[in-house]
Design a protein around this ligand. Structure first.
Ligand code: ATP
Length: 306
């Protein structure tokens, strides 16, 4: 149960990973032996780390990573990938589909181990941290967070013993969820419905952000909601404002729409597994390079979806 609680904010990405793996397995179904090869594989990730420092700044350094998925070893998804995420800053990953944005996040969450290079957290390799400590300190809110049938309060406070309503409300305020929750007839006692079925995608994500924030992670990763109609509800700018009151937090966003991330401290354009460009929105616009062109290309599409 503890492990489920610690992992539940990562569920969206886990499910995505499982779907990929399952898809790959189905392709192999004609050769049943291959399925057993999967089952017999040694786990890639070792969980022997012991570090649990009392204070963590949340500085992340992707250092010269090269990575191929175990099921497609012939294809390098990341090559010579380097990037720093600084405490108190919002970094937005942008770029064409399949460029490698989600893969960076999967490596940061330690779903996989890079074949070359390493990811350092506060100067120490990720694998040297104690497993549950790491997943408490590095939280992920996916595009389709999993909510369980129960009240909004219980969903936010999930797994925390004796969590007061005030604490839940504070987290919801920071996630820009408090106002829509307050407008509901039963407020924080509203049942979210079976698997969150009675909530919109944007509302579910805001509840999931509150659930992540209440645990005070040092690094928070958001996968921006892409569904049309939810863009205006996406709380990125509000979350950014709220995080100003917590200046030490490192925020990483996988951005699917360029308009939502203009205020990011750092925009990183990833294509074919490398960092093509990085800088502030203004710097990248002035450079008139790939970001500028991508923005021009997506502008109409982006505009109509607002
Ligand atoms: P998008 O914007 O569409 O989400 P992305 O930039 O996040 O794309 P990734 O999801 O990181 O890109 O994918 C990078 C490449 O790795 C793609 O070619 C994708 O098909 C491949 N890939 C992603 N996940 C897996 C996996 N679990 N197994 C094998 N290949 C994968």
């Amino acid at each position: 149960l503890v492990s489920f609680i610690l992992y539940q904010s990562n569920m969206g990405t886990n499910i995505r990973t499982l779907i990929y793996i399952f898809g790959d397995m189905l392709n192999s179904v004609g050769a049943a032996g291959k399925v057993f090869e999967y089952l017999d594989r040694e786990p890639q990730i070792s969980n022997k780390g012991t570090l649990q420092p009392e204070t963590l700044t949340g500085h992340v350094h992707f250092h010269n990573l090269s990575f191929s998925y175990p099921t497609r070893q012939e294809r390098k998804v990341l090559q010579g990938f380097s990037l720093e995420l600084r405490p108190g800053q919002l970094t937005a990953l942008v770029g064409p589909s399949g460029g490698g944005k989600s893969t960076c996040v999967s490596l940061l969450e330690r779903f996989y181990q890079p074949q070359q290079g390493e990811i350092l957290l506060d100067g120490q390799p990720l694998h040297s941290y104690q497993h549950h400590y790491l997943h408490r300190k590095v939280a992920m809110v996916g595009q389709e967070p999993v909510l369980f049938s129960g009240s909004i309060k219980d969903n936010i406070a999930y797994g925390l013993a004796d969590c007061s309503l005030e604490r839940v409300q504070e987290a919801a305020r920071r996630a820009n969820a408090h106002s829509f929750i307050s407008q509901l007839e039963k407020g924080y006692d509203t049942d979210v419905g079976e698997r969150g079925g009675q909530m919109s995608g944007g509302e579910k994500q805001r509840i999931a952000i509150a659930r992540a924030l209440i645990r005070e992670p040092q690094v928070l990763i958001l996968d921006e909601v892409t569904s049309a109609g939810f863009t205006q509800m996406f709380p990125l700018s509000q979350v950014q404002e709220a995080l100003a009151s917590c200046p030490s937090q490192t925020l990483l966003v996988i951005a699917h729409r360029l308009k939502t991330i203009e205020r990011a401290d750092q925009i990183v354009l990833i294509d074919q597994g490398t960092v093509l460009e990085q800088g502030t929105h203004q710097e990248l616009m002035d450079r008139k390079g790939s970001y500028y062109k991508l923005r021009e290309r997506l502008f109409t599409e982006d505009d109509t979806s607002h």
